[in-house]
Design a protein. Structure first.
Length: 143
């Protein structure tokens, strides 16, 4: 598995961990899994850990738009993306889709990402560590 996720209503956030080289088919499958999950969206937050991602394509605009079709998530969703230390913080990760207002924010530290989303850092770390176990069998470095 190269993408693991968990929609966590008790936190009001969906979490995912992406690892290694992710293909367009795997991205599409991940979005389909989200759309079919009755707990998704878990709230107005989404935290993606890309710290061990080697390569992945941007989701296809029509597939991403279909995911948000009929929801207000395009306008309301806050997306935080954990990136490697060499990645410039604040880089525009905006998707070129109908949901133009979906503008993920990049962070190099979990604490800042959690503050942005308004979620508990300890709980976020616990969930991300569990997801990381599913994809690579390791835990997050302390950030």
């Amino acid at each position: 598995m190269v993408i693991a996720y968990r929609a966590e209503p008790s936190v009001g956030c969906t979490f995912d961990v992406w690892d290694g080289v992710v293909t367009a088919d795997e991205v599409r499958e991940h979005l389909v899994r989200l759309a079919s999950d009755r707990d998704w969206p878990a709230g107005r937050g989404h935290l993606s850990d890309l710290t061990t991602l080697a390569k992945a394509p941007t989701p296809e605009p029509d597939v991403l738009d279909a995911l948000y079709d009929g929801t207000s998530l395009g306008e309301d969703l806050r997306v935080a993306v954990l990136v490697l230390p060499g990645f410039a913080p604040g880089t525009d990760l905006r998707y070129g889709t109908v949901t133009e207002s979906l503008a993920p924010q990049s962070f190099r530290e979990l604490g800042f990402a959690c503050a942005y989303l308004g979620i508990d850092q300890a709980k976020a770390r616990e969930i991300l560590d569990e997801l990381r176990q599913q994809v690579v069998g390791d835990t997050l470095p302390n950030t």
